[in-house]
Design a protein around this ligand. Structure first.
Ligand code: SF4
Length: 119
């Protein structure tokens, strides 16, 4: 069984907060197309809800529970922590062609994307 949906906005908000703080701390920026950012944050929140950890949402896993235990792809993943490599384009270094100027995103956009993904 999944968690009650009443918890989900809080998880989404927590992942938004995490992404904003982590971008500031690492001097990275969100994508110039913030809908990309919103899809990734929504995916992280969904994994947090379903698995208890924000497993990277941009990869295919044979066994998600095992991957969570392995911790390598729990966000921020090892490539991001070691080399600032985020293949989801959530955290982009300023020299990246897709980097925008934002380190924050509105709850409205996140809710919008979430609604469109669950439609
Ligand atoms: S690639 Fe790494 S830092 Fe980027 S969203 Fe996935 S887990 Fe997070």
């Amino acid at each position: 069984m999944t968690s009650p949906s009443a918890d989900k906005p809080k998880t989404l908000e927590a992942m938004k907060h995490f992404a904003e703080q982590y971008a500031k701390r690492t001097n990275t920026y969100f994508c110039s197309d913030l809908s990309v950012t919103a899809v990734v944050i929504e995916g992280l929140a969904r994994h947090k809800e379903d698995l208890g950890s924000p497993l990277c949402p941009c990869r295919h896993y044979e066994d998600k529970e095992a991957e969570v235990k392995n911790t390598f792809w729990n966000c921020p993943c090892v490539p991001m922590r070691e080399r600032k490599e985020c293949h989801c384009m959530l955290f982009l270094t300023p020299d990246n062609d897709f980097a925008g100027a934002e380190q924050s995103i509105s709850m409205e956009l996140l809710e919008e994307v979430k609604a469109s993904l669950s439609a």
